[in-house]
Ligand binder design. Sequence first.
Ligand code: DAT
Ligand code: MG
Length: 135
Amino acid sequence: MAYEQTLLIVKPDGVSRGLVGEILQRVERKGYTIQKIQGMHISRELAEKHYAEHKGKPFYDDLIEYITEGLSVLAVIGGENAIESVRVVMGPTDPLEATPGSIRGAYATSVTHNLVHGSDSSESAAREISLFFPE
Ligand code: DAT
Ligand code: MG
């Protein structure tokens, strides 16, 4: 067991659909704590840094368009094994593969518009947290 911090993003469709409370509640009820939180309309520059590993992939342009289309809510989540566990609460990248007990399985229908982001490793978490919460 390890104490970890991870970056959770409720993507713009999650905010516009009124799912921020529902998504954060699931993470909190699992046992995690919101340590920092902010609303942000993510700029293209920040989006490209955040998703640098996906540059050149066929879905990259749609991904940047989507994450920059409106307000997102970004939170630093902390707790035991937070990185992997928050991803379990989210469900797999493709909502069609996600069970209904997960956020993506319950509320998302497409791999492009999959509602949430969670860091996938300790390296990604450190990089993403410092990108969006630089203080
Ligand atoms: P995750 O968000 O589960 O960490 P990822 O890092 O592999 O997934 O990809 C980042 C985002 O890119 C993902 O949330 C949605 C989009 N994406 C990934 N694979 C895709 C695909 N095959 N088609 C369309 N969009 C995709
Ligand atoms: Mg990822």
